[in-house]
Design a protein around this ligand. Structure first.
Ligand SMILES: [Zn+2]
Length: 561
């Protein structure tokens, strides 16, 4: 198996007959999926998503792929294909289009409707190219064919990319539900047809590669959902991803059958369901949906609420209800149906949410105590079928942490793909397909780009390190009035302490450290306040670590006397 070497360098020039593939996100992590293809001097991008921050990234809204590798060549981008409308595939689009607004954005009807709404908020009018399964259309040297795939949002597409260097099949996110609500199944006949023609490189979804067997059908949730509606004595509050049209369809249908009215709660839920209903993806019986204020006037056993917040996001409707920070008061007899599973990293937040909701007397039905969720991704069994059907010459697993990529690679090898034709690449690793063989040839920059409120890239790893230090160790500000000529303190220094357990007078012995440091600086002819601050920060930090076994953030302020 081909693994990236830790000291990979800048890649060589791409041979004329070669196809270059670089994942700028989604390889080695779940989220911010973005794959760039280069051929004959042109670039094709598949997806541009965001990654949601974890606890060790405080204050960050979302994380973007690093565009620096393509920034100087945005004019060569012939198109941006969006495989489906999930945030981890489309969330980064506004930030890419800020750099070049007229990149053709190619996707299915629902995907484009969702991105159009999102771009409105960013005041960007995109160039949208709507495609559907079965369409074939060239973009520069890339001859694209779109195939239907089934996933946890409707209207997903896989993309076949024919080039003079070979043919690529990129699945996007997919699974193989044989009985989806919309009867639109993953086009295995199309996969087979492309396989027959010859697939030189197969990029396939690794998210569930470690899960044995087959992902259950969305329809298998019907009995558990029915059970909730049959037994709930009062209100039912359902939380789900705002894009899971089929899950919400099941909730609407069951509500209707039990004579309950439904209100959508939360901006993204209202917006997305509006779009899905308008385009016919969500089928709503007449009179079923009512505004929230009307629903509140109905008897509790006639009411269903559908809201966001299934991941414990603090600002989403469900968490605010649990914290009594929402006009909807959860109480005794309410039933909460959490119709989703935890995205890795969110388990603690979700557990806290379940505790809070239960504390108010609500009955919480979740994945842990009822069959109310199935995954949106193909399990190992489905992936093996795909390898056997497509018979790819080379395989590059995508969408997953290292363990998922490795598990998917192992499946490819088990079906007979030669080991040296299976490439495990992390973000930024450059893979060239030349003469029918895909190989790792180098690495480009692909770090985290942090969005922090209005700034993109302003917050860096150093910022996050400071924030973590502030959170865990506290901060000590040292105000020193210095006579730079003599290198002496004009007054005793002041210590201001926040989030640090020791009193300011615990720093009295540090005065000697400051005096020594200033004397040394004067001897070396250093009088610049900024340089003095750096020296003081280092020396006081060392002293504090010796004295307290803690490393607070030290902020010296040197004022010239
Ligand atoms: Zn997805």
């Amino acid at each position: 198996m081909s693994h990236p070497h830790p000291e990979l360098q800048k890649p060589p020039r791409l041979p004329k007959n070669g196809l270059r593939v670089v994942g700028l996100g989604g390889l080695g992590e779940i989220g911010r999926n973005m794959t760039v293809f280069e051929h004959h001097g042109k670039l094709l991008i598949v997806d541009c998503g965001v990654l949601f921050p974890e606890e060790h990234q405080p204050g960050i809204d979302v994380i973007l792929p690093d565009f620096s590798w393509i920034r100087d060549r945005l004019d060569s981008v012939v198109g941006l294909v969006l495989t489906h409308g999930h945030e981890d595939h489309i969330g980064g689009v506004p930030y890419l289009l800020r750099e070049r607004a007229d990149i053709p954005v190619i996707g299915s009807r629902l995907t484009l409707a969702l991105i159009r709404e999102k771009l409105k908020e960013h005041r960007i009018v995109p160039k949208l190219h709507e495609v559907a399964e079965g369409d074939r259309k060239p973009y520069g040297p890339f001859d694209l064919e779109f195939l239907a795939v089934n996933h946890s949002i409707p209207d997903g597409l896989a993309v076949g990319i024919r080039t003079s260097a070979g043919t690529v099949l990129h699945t996007g996110d997919f699974k193989m539900d044989q009985f989806p609500l919309d009867r639109r199944i993953t086009d295995l006949r199309g996969f087979a047809r492309l396989g027959e023609e010859g697939v030189d490189l197969f990029l396939t979804d690794s998210t569930n590669a470690e899960v044995p067997g087959f992902t259950m059908s969305e329809r298998d949730l019907a009995p558990a959902i029915e059970q909730v509606f049959r037994t709930a004595p009062r209100r039912i509050i359902v939380s789900s991803f705002a894009s899971h049209v089929h899950r919400i369809q099941q909730v609407l249908d069951t509500s209707h059958a039990h004579g309950r009215k439904v209100a959508f709660v939360g901006r993204s839920m209202v917006r997305n369901m509006g779009v899905a209903q308008e385009l016919g993806y969500l089928k709503v019986p007449k009179g079923l949906i009512v505004p929230l204020d009307q629903l509140e006037k109905l008897p509790a056993h006639k009411a269903t609420l559908v809201c966001t917040g299934s991941q414990g996001e603090p600002m989403a409707a469900l968490a605010r209800m649990a914290n009594r920070d929402h006009k909807i008061r959860v109480g005794e007899g309410d039933t909460i149906l959490m119709a989703s599973s935890a995205v890795p990293g969110n388990e603690n937040a979700i557990s806290g949410l379940i505790n809070n909701l239960s504390r108010w007397g609500a009955q919480v039905v979740h994945k842990g105590n009822a069959k109310v969720h199935v995954s949106g991704h193909a399990s190992a069994g489905e992936l093996v079928y795909c390898y056997n059907i497509v018979k790819p010459r080379n395989v590059m697993p995508v969408h997953g942490e290292w363990r998922h990529l490795k598990a998917n690679a192992d499946l490819a090898v088990a079906t007979g793909v030669p080991e040296d034709h299976v490439v495990i690449a992390e973000d930024g690793v450059v893979v060239d397909l030349v003469d029918g063989h895909a190989k790792i040839v180098g690495k480009v920059r692909a770090g985290n780009v942090y969005v922090d409120a209005q700034t993109v890239g302003g917050a860096t790893e150093a910022t996050l390190k400071d924030r973590r230090t502030l959170a865990e160790e506290g901060v000590v500000t040292v105000l020193a009035i210095v006579d730079a000529d003599t290198g002496t303190l004009a007054d005793p220094p002041d210590f201001l302490v926040r989030g640090f357990v020791h009193e300011p007078n615990a720093f009295d012995p540090a005065v000697q450290v400051i005096e020594k440091t200033l004397a040394r600086a004067a001897a070396e002819g250093i009088g610049d306040p900024q340089q003095l601050e750096q020296m003081l920060s280092r020396e006081i930090g060392r002293w504090a670590h010796r004295a307290f076994r803690r490393s607070p953030l030290i902020i010296p302020l040197v004022i010239d006397a």
